[in-house]
Design a protein around this ligand. Structure first.
Ligand SMILES: *Cc1c(COP(=O)(O)O)cnc(C)c1O
Length: 226
């Protein structure tokens, strides 16, 4: 696996060269992360707290760790001090818990709200009703130790490119609508994390600012991850 060549290929194929690349290194050995780092990558995506904890001390200090998977409340504390961005905040309960952990270490933790845009029920994320309920609650306004930087979404796993495009377009529309709303100062909507190996070009055409790419860089994973 020539990670450097893959990275060059991937970047060359970006419809929007300004879009940020998160190299999704879940399940991959440290040597692969080091190869990507040597090729200039600083942003790495992982979906298991235990795996970030194992890899983090072994990588250079300027490595930025993105938690992209479903995060369990009881594990926030392990990554709270250094995580660069938590992409998968999929419930108000989890956001409250992140705020609580942030308070303990006096850090406003950067997060994205994950929105459910796919047709699969198995995928995580807020629906419109849950999102509106949260944003208009006083409990939300009173948060102090989170920094909401944008939204994240995963399209349906399908061959139907029109469907994928329409799901990304819907998320972008929601993103723009939210930006127009008056929200607390800890909400600064600038990032739209959408797009993976199979659909990052469509995602960028639809306004993505961050793509999370794993297999196109590191090769296919040996075992499936949730
Ligand atoms: C695994 C994963 C990715 C990367 O998937 P690839 O298809 O390998 O690019 C992106 N986002 C999330 C949330 C993931 O879990």
């Amino acid at each position: 696996m020539d990670i450097q060549a893959n990275l060059e290929q991937v970047k060359k194929s970006f419809p929007n060269p300004a879009c940020q690349l998160i190299a999704v290194s879940k399940t991959k050995p440290l040597a692969d992360l080091q190869a990507a780092y040597a090729a200039g990558i600083r942003d790495f995506g992982e979906n298991k707290v235990q795996e970030i904890q194992m890899k983090q001390p072994e990588m250079p200090a300027d490595t930025r760790w993105h938690m992209i998977g479903h995060l369990q409340s009881n594990k926030i504390k392990y990554i709270a001090p250094y995580v660069h961005l938590i992409h998968g905040v999929d419930s108000f309960k989890l956001l409250l818990e992140i705020d609580k952990q942030g308070k303990k270490i006096n850090r406003a933790i950067p997060v994205l709200l994950q929105i459910h845009i796919a047709t699969e029920e198995s995928k995580f994320g807020f629906d419109q009703v849950e999102l509106d309920a949260m944003l208009s609650s006083s409990e939300f306004t009173n948060l102090t130790h989170v920094q909401i930087q944008g939204l994240m979404g995963m399209a349906t796993f399908t061959e139907d490119l029109d469907q994928i495009r329409s799901e990304f377009r819907g998320l972008k529309k929601l993103f723009e609508a939210l930006k127009k709303r008056t929200l607390p100062s800890f909400v600064d909507l600038k990032e739209l994390s959408m797009g993976m190996s199979g659909d990052y070009q469509i995602a960028q055409e639809e306004g993505s600012t961050m793509v999370r790419i794993g297999s196109a860089i590191f090769g296919s994973r040996n075992y499936p991850t949730p």
